[in-house]
Design a protein around this ligand. Sequence first.
Ligand code: ATP
Ligand SMILES: Nc1nc2c(ncn2[C@@H]2O[C@H](COP(=O)(O)O)[C@@H](O)[C@H]2O)c(=O)[nH]1
Length: 189
Amino acid sequence: MARVFVITGPSGVGKGTLIRRLRAAVPELRLSVSATTRAPRAGEQDGRDYWFLDEETFHRKVEDGEFVEHAEYAGRRYGTLRSELERHLAAGAPVVLEIEVQGAQQIRGTMPEAVQVFVAPPSFDVLRERLAGRGTDDPEVIERRLDVARGELRQQEQFDHLLVNDDLDATTERLVGIVREQLATATAG
Ligand SMILES: Nc1ncnc2c1ncn2[C@@H]1O[C@H](COP(=O)(O)OP(=O)(O)OP(=O)(O)O)[C@@H](O)[C@H]1O
Ligand SMILES: Nc1nc2c(ncn2[C@@H]2O[C@H](COP(=O)(O)O)[C@@H](O)[C@H]2O)c(=O)[nH]1
């Protein structure tokens, strides 16, 4: 029964944008707020955008088995807290995770019933433009993320669904369609 949706793909491809639109269309879908050791960006709030943790606290939570998945990404740590995911599932709500590719691969091993969607850019140049256009990261951070993206894009065929995020409205519609279909199947079953 598909109650967990994983949205993965390279940084800057539009995962967060698509998930905001998805949640507006499917209001019962809840977002699992991840933990990270990276610094908050301007306007980001602890507990809403991320749980911002120092390295020591993140490490302790890893040791205590508090993450369902975690990964090092571009020099920072990111992870899905078991408590976040279980809180939503216990309330009977479907949950969406926005995570990078190593974490998505871990979820495949531990939660094979989760529906995994890989979001790809129309081209590498477009990905670069989106990361730069977002205006949240320094040029060297953008280059590091693009380096990671090359490896991530090589894994795109391994996921249940592949969405090329070209036209935002069209991609949103396809994502909403995937989620609604899975939820309808789960309800019927
Ligand atoms: N289909 C699209 N066409 C044009 N611009 C887009 C499209 N989708 C997203 N964007 C823009 O691309 C930028 C990056 O999007 P977003 O922050 O959602 O990416 P992300 O995959 O969530 O990144 P990260 O993994 O770093 O959180 C944003 O400025 C967003 O408005
Ligand atoms: N494996 C995980 N990856 C995560 C998680 N939360 C976010 N992310 C991904 O990290 C990168 C960078 O994010 P940014 O906010 O610094 O731009 C991006 O691909 C996110 O999707 C998580 O819990 N686990």
